[in-house]
Write a protein that binds this ligand. Structure first.
Ligand SMILES: [Fe+2]
Length: 172
């Protein structure tokens, strides 16, 4: 296929997506940027949940160790949904380690073994930051594309529920 033919195909495909979604490439890029900023947060918090799952020490270890794995599984599932919505819109999702490391709202946990109470407190604080960013993104996303908004709402619904369960452990 010649370069000219490829360019024509890309343009045709972009035009057909515009017909399909009812908004153009510029809007799809904006929506994808908003989803992308949540995607890196969801990947980062999933990684942090595993770090906590492995290094916990103290009372309630077994219960919290297992609870963190349950949260991580939900968070990863929602990260996948966010990424796939971006790709559905004709853009590309960026889950590369360097991108995630350079673009997230999650503060690092201390290295080493983690006291259960302190660890849960740090996770609640970080989930709060992730939720805060997503809730800032949400209204604009709703104006642009209710389906993308719905994907983010589903992710937030899960994360806020897990946040409640973690807060309950430490009485906040
Ligand atoms: Fe495990």
């Amino acid at each position: 296929m010649t370069q000219l033919a490829e360019t024509t195909d890309i343009k045709a495909s972009a035009a057909s997506l515009t017909d399909k979604f009812g908004f153009g490439r510029d809007v799809r890029r904006e929506i994808s940027k908003r989803l992308q900023s949540c995607l890196t947060d969801w990947i980062a918090i999933a990684l942090q949940l595993k770090q906590a799952h492995w290094n916990l020490v103290g009372p309630q270890f077994r219960a919290v160790h297992e609870q963190l794995d349950e949260i991580e599984a939900d968070v990863r599932l929602n990260a996948d949904e966010l990424a796939e919505r971006i790709v559905t819109l004709g853009e590309s999702a960026d889950g590369r380690p360097d991108t995630v490391a350079g673009d997230n709202h999650v503060e690092a946990l201390p290295l080493g073994r983690l006291d259960v109470g302190e660890c849960v407190e740090a996770l609640v604080s970080n989930i709060g930051k992730v939720v805060g960013n997503a809730r800032e993104v949400l209204p604009k996303l709703g104006e642009e594309d209710p389906i993308s908004e719905d994907v983010l709402i589903a992710a937030l619904r899960n994360l806020e529920k897990h946040d409640w369960m973690l807060r309950s452990l430490i009485g906040i």
